[in-house]
Design a protein around this ligand. Structure first.
Ligand SMILES: C[S@@+](CC[C@H](N)C(=O)[O-])C[C@H]1O[C@@H](n2cnc3c(N)ncnc32)[C@H](O)[C@@H]1O
Length: 388
């Protein structure tokens, strides 16, 4: 999956650097790299953003995009991350979107991801004027047509008019309406309003950080919308309340390998962060009245954990139409028909046969057959299509 967008992402790096240097109005440097002094300067901003948006969260909902130092750090570090996350998630869309609205766009990583994935017209909307200015400058640099609009739902500013094939909201929902359970109702109400502007067959894609707090909040919003009859296109196959919310210690997130650009690697190092894989929580919703996707035959599970290796056995948490269950198999039961079980990734969708209830999960054995239904980051094929 990563290969499909790695060249596109690589092309963005000199554009991001050029637009950042222009906005900063001092210094030239190599096209595709930052100078050591620039790495130090931007790395300090990345560290501040990372603490404020993840660990301490005091920046969530604050106007950090209006601070040139933090906006610059966002552009050179978080922009490529959000772009890659969006390209991964867009790979699961049932059809290619033409008209797209990106809400809480910041400098537009999701907007440009949609354009690179084939969208024709994208509108980026945010409350931060400086972030929208950067998005327009990036569009000029890339020769793309991007419209921008100011928008702030907490000030009752109306949504940009129109009907869209895809509306994206990248890492913005968790910044709206405060913290705690009091934010769930207003966030769900906003998504309902947004979904009313998604065309039939289209989708709303919500990306959120993979933190326990933000991920659980997204799952709670999911439950409100599912309770009102909205269908989830991805990643859930379970149609009831999210089973990850039962235990306070659980949450659900995706993790993918990605072609990390050199500049991101350098800035992560300068800011003292570990950023190897892409982690995110996401939800792709269908507009009102659309059914849940039809699933292929078989007993299906999406792998929602990392591999949990034990003595002589392999284990994962799976989640599928029957809920969230542990899946385990002992090494001694490995056969040609089930050996894939030993190399699954978080996000893969599999079908299994011949399982036995064991503990609070299911055990596969030598009779079990396992098929790959969809690799992580790919859409689940409809029932008529053969497995890849
Ligand atoms: C973490 S950034 C995400 C930017 C981009 N969508 C991404 O995924 O990288 C959050 C964005 O939400 C915007 N935002 C926060 N509160 C907002 C509000 N009340 N109205 C509109 N935008 C808001 C911020 O200005 C910022 O651009």
């Amino acid at each position: 999956m990563a290969d499909a967008y790695s060249k596109d992402l690589e092309r963005w790096i000199p554009r991001l650097i050029a637009v950042w240097r222009k906005a900063r109005r001092k210094g030239d440097g190599p096209e595709t790299r930052l100078t050591p002094q620039e790495v130090k300067e931007v790395g300090a901003g990345v560290k501040q953003l990372s603490l404020g948006l993840t660990r301490e969260r005091q920046l969530a909902g604050a106007k950090y995009m209006d601070d040139p130092k933090l906006l610059g750090a966002y552009l050179l570090f978080y922009w490529p991350v959000s772009y890659a996350q969006a390209r991964q998630a867009l790979g699961e869309l049932p059809n290619r979107p033409r008209h797209v609205l990106d809400l809480g766009s910041g400098p537009g990583p999701l907007a440009f991801a949609a354009l690179d994935a084939g969208a024709q017209e994208v509108t980026a909307a945010d409350r931060s004027k400086p972030a929208l200015t950067l998005a327009r400058e990036l569009a000029t640099e890339a020769g793309e047509a991007l419209a921008t609009r100011e928008w702030d739902p907490t000030r009752k500013a109306p949504l940009p008019e129109g009907q869209f094939d895809l509306i994206t909201m990248g890492h913005v929902l968790n910044e709206l309406y405060g913290t705690g359970d009091g934010a769930i109702g207003p966030r769900a109400a906003l998504l309902e309003q947004v979904l009313a502007q998604v065309k039939k067959g289209g989708s709303l894609l919500v990306l959120e950080p993979a933190l326990k707090e933000t991920s659980r909040a997204l799952l709670k919003v999911r439950d409100v919308l599912v309770g009102k009859g909205y269908a989830v296109r991805a990643p859930c196959m379970f149609r009831g309340n999210c089973p990850a919310l039962i235990k306070e210690s659980d949450w659900c997130h995706a993790e993918r390998s990605w072609p990390m650009p050199h500049v991101v690697e350098e800035l992560a190092r300068a800011a003292g962060l570990h950023k190897e894989s892409l982690k995110m929580s996401y939800l792709m919703l269908a507009p009102k009245g659309e059914p849940w996707p039809e699933l292929p035959q078989g007993r299906l599970f999406r792998i929602v954990s990392e591999p949990l290796e034990g003595k002589g056995r392999q284990r994962y948490i799976g989640c599928g139409p029957e809920g969230r269950v542990g899946l385990a198999m002992q090494e001694k039961h490995r056969t040609e028909k089930n050996e894939r079980f030993f190399k699954l990734y978080r996000g893969d969708v599999i079908s299994v046969t011949e399982t036995e209830p064991k503990g609070d999960g299911l055990a596969l054995d030598g009779r079990s057959e396992l098929k790959m239904v969809a690799h992580a980051g790919r859409g689940i094929p409809p029932p008529s299509t053969e497995n890849p």
